[in-house]
Write a protein that binds this ligand. Structure first.
Ligand code: PAF
Length: 283
């Protein structure tokens, strides 16, 4: 595997390749990322991965400085997956001048859910992803469904800017007890790790309630959301949101849409101690 940090050198290496498949990451790779590399291989060749902890998407009180950086172990994992190029720019390589031009996603998608609790997050994500696309110029790029809202926003960005890249979704990979794999799981203490699968259980319980609601018109959607938030809070979590939304645009779901069989998704973010976890479940 070739490890490249310089944009020009990357372009030189990829010259003439018009089927490259790209997986952008922030490193600290786990099985979830590796499954995206395998998916990338099915959709193009060569596979290019990137590792870049993108300061622009972290808020002032977030974990940019402490974000786990495990470059050597990551390189070994990518080599085993047969990745052709690892693009690992420094901040100076990717942002040689302050990045004054930014991509601002529309409010109705970028300022809800994650965007409400992490202001500017999607602006930072879209800006770096557009820039990485411009460096790698891939034919396809793979993003995990665990970051459901991110996947949707990037898809729409690619569409609105007519970028010549297909966005491919990768399924969420989970530990045996149901916890979605995430680099931030490494922040959890032993006790917190034992509690963490409750987040997915909460999503499953909401899904049951939604199905009951569809069949028997029992509670309202907002009652179901509130009940789930309260029960996680009782277990010691600090939930930011548990939200039942439409899969098409993440707008709030109504009883009428539920009765009409529209595809819905339940999204959540909640803090366990100092660690903020996100997850989602499609209905
Ligand atoms: O999902 C991530 O790891 C990041 O948000 C991404 C897409 C690599 C952009 O920094």
């Amino acid at each position: 595997m070739k490890i490249i940090s310089d944009i020009q050198e990357l372009r030189d290496h990829l010259r003439g390749q018009n089927r490259a498949s790209f997986v952008p990451t922030m490193g600290n790779l786990h099985e979830g990322h590796l499954s995206l590399m395998r998916l990338a291989r099915q959709h193009g060749d060569p596979v290019v991965a990137s590792i870049f902890v993108n300061r622009l998407q972290f808020g002032p009180n977030e974990d940019f400085d402490s974000y786990p950086r495990t470059m050597q172990a990551d390189i070994e994992k990518l080599e085993k997956e047969g990745v052709y190029i690892l693009f690992a720019p420094t901040e100076r390589d990717l942002y040689p001048q302050p990045q004054e031009y930014r991509v601002d996603p529309p409010q109705q998608l970028g300022d809800i859910l994650e965007g409400e609790f992490r202001p500017g997050f999607f602006k930072g994500v879209c800006t770096v992803v557009l820039k990485l696309f411009s460096c790698v110029q891939p034919k396809v790029a793979v993003f995990g469904k665990k970051d459901y809202q991110q996947l949707m926003i990037i898809r729409r960005m690619a569409n609105q800017f007519a970028l010549p890249v297909d966005i491919i979704p990768g399924e969420t990979i989970r530990a045996e007890d149901g916890l979605a794999l995430s680099s931030r799981n490494s922040y959890l203490s032993v006790e917190e790790r034992a509690e963490a699968p409750e987040l997915q259980k909460a999503l499953k319980a909401v899904r049951e309630r939604v199905i009951q609601l569809r069949d028997r018109n029992t509670q309202s959607i907002s009652e179901i959301e509130k009940e789930a938030i309260d029960s996680l809070a009782k277990r010691g979590w600090q939930p930011d949101y548990i939200a039942i939304r439409q899969q098409s645009d993440l707008a709030p779901a109504s009883n009428e849409q539920l009765q009409a069989g529209k595809p819905l998704v339940i999204l959540t973010a909640a803090k366990l101690g100092k660690t903020r976890l996100i997850d989602n479940l499609e209905i």
